[in-house]
Ligand binder design. Structure first.
Ligand code: S6P
Ligand code: ZN
Length: 189
């Protein structure tokens, strides 16, 4: 970069599927074998092949984790599928810096963003291509794929948000998204 120069940006987004290319991108995958204890029905969980892909994440980290004022950007693909009657979903987290917020937006497929407040009230927002979701501070968030195709969504969050997975791993959400009479339904635990 120099004074008066015009250059190509270091990153691109494939607008069809929001695949990210370029520098400072991390990729991660969560398979059934990585998600012990996440789903309710252990018998059904144990019947699935351990290598079954549940979701994958690409994230663009242009600044170090924790940088005040920095932003991160990512794309998540949740595969279609269920463990028993519970839809494939992300682990879910709140932010270590609890007041930090986040945007999600739907790109492809259908799903539900599951949100839980500090009082452990849980609700959902439908995700569809073009849906926009502002996740307020202090909310735990996770996404389930309720459709027959891949669910793709984008996300952007502050570089100093941090991720708290422990609370959800220990206590879970207060409701699970299950298929009941053919419909996605939040079921109280
Ligand atoms: C990061 C953002 C997403 C999730 C991803 C996977 O703040 O919310 O990139 O990391 O959707 O979900 P989880 O709960 O496994 O991080
Ligand atoms: Zn988050």
């Amino acid at each position: 970069m120099g004074h008066l120069s015009v250059v190509s940006p270091p990153n691109t987004i494939e607008l069809k599927n929001w695949h990210l290319d370029g520098r400072d991108i991390t990729e991660s995958e969560k398979r059934i074998k990585h998600l012990h204890g996440l789903f309710k029905d252990e018998e059904s969980y144990n019947k699935l092949h351990p290598e079954t892909l549940v979701y994958s994440v690409q994230a663009h980290h242009p600044v170090p984790e924790g940088t005040p004022g920095g932003l991160f950007f990512g794309t998540t693909i949740v595969q279609p599928g269920r463990v028993g009657t519970e839809y494939f979903m992300t682990r879910g987290h709140s932010h270590l810096n609890e007041e930090r917020t986040e945007y999600y937006w739907g790109v492809q497929g259908e799903g539900i963003l599951i949100l839980m407040n500090k009082q452990r009230e849980t609700w959902g927002e439908n995700i569809f291509p073009g849906s926009l979701h502002f996740i307020r501070g202090f909310l735990a968030h996770r996404v389930a794929n309720t459709g027959p195709t891949q669910l793709i969504f984008g996300a952007s969050w502050p570089a100093d948000a941090g991720h708290n997975y422990d609370d959800i791993a220990r206590e879970g959400f207060s409701a699970r998204l299950m298929e009941v009479s053919g419909k996605p339904t939040l079921v109280s635990i």
